[in-house]
Ligand binder design. Sequence first.
Ligand code: AMP
Length: 400
Amino acid sequence: MSRSVFVINAGSSSLKYQLVDVDSGDALASGLIERIGETTGVATHEVPGQPDIVEQRVISDHEHAFGWVLRQLDAHGPDLDAVQLLGIGHRVVQGGARFDRAVLIDDDVVQQIDDLAPLAPLHNPANLQGIRSALATFPGFPHVAVFDTAFHLTIPPAAHRYAIEGRVAAEHRIRKYGFHGTSHQYVSRRMAELLGKPLEAVNTIVLHLGNGASATAVRGGRSVETSMGMTPLAGLVMGTRSGDIDPGVIFHLHRVAGMSIDEIDTLLNKRSGLLGMTGTGDMRDVQQAADAGIERASEALDIVAHRLRGTVGAYLAHLGRTDAIAFTAGIGENSAPVRAAALAGLESLGIVLDPVRNAGRGERRISADESAIEVWVVPTAEELEIARQVAALVAPPSVE
Ligand code: AMP
């Protein structure tokens, strides 16, 4: 009999869900509801082996959205009793310095996620909306919060503190938190399995390159450095975010260019990165444009690769001994040119790609046999990782 967890990722106007079989790792159903609270919403429910359900309808709020999901499950399955629903897993973006692992949600946890909202104003309030609606929709089930930041709380102070006045940092909780934690955790653990070694013995650099992008140095299963910071704006070049930038640019844009703080926030978070440099935030389009000879697209790819190479070099230094580099997420899993460009010229550091393996598909090693550091593509599985963390908390394996 299967055991399942319902995984929820709530945005301010969207709700993404997946019913995960925690033993096989299969998605038993999944869906996405968008434009919640707008004049017309779009809701999709997918069950493997059945035609997708797609409806356009008004969806006034998250509770209403959950009602729609329940009706789809009733009508098209799977039956929640038959798949032994263990609990509900909620992705929460910001867990602050408090949550270093997944926790059962109670009133105190709800309050703390709310208290952390100033650090993640776009995400935590939306995550909380999802939690409150799900508590009303699925009463009687354990609800668990799984934080994007939790995996990174092992990062030592030398790496997570910024060189600013300590009093200001403490008062405003300013430090590096890091994000994409469930992905980095899943991929680094999977990497150890693939190398056939215990997690404690493996040092990995994980490159999560999607629309948002971050790199993490993982020593023996613990995050020791990551490229995102107090917010997801720091680090690598992303679809619409600039990544690292001299903070002085912000003062300049305000004082000299006359932009307001909100305008600068929008510029750096929503209109920079690939989008700002090329006019599209989608890596496939940027690659096509570069192939067609459009110079600003090739330049953007060079900037992406330069930033990645520098990050890999820094993390090799932080880790000391590195066993593997793992590429994951949309770009990391699918773009052979980005992977090749990011690691080009690192042969003297023991990193040699095999072009044929790099051009292949799926989970695989892409380094040459002679490469001292193995390079892999490891598809991420954030929902599965969340589901497993929920199952471990609410239905731990019994000790014989
Ligand atoms: P994610 O946020 O993980 O869904 O990743 C989205 C990014 O992956 C977008 O920039 C896509 O253009 C990119 N992506 C997806 N497939 C490919 C591909 N075959 N080649 C290059 N980029 C891709």
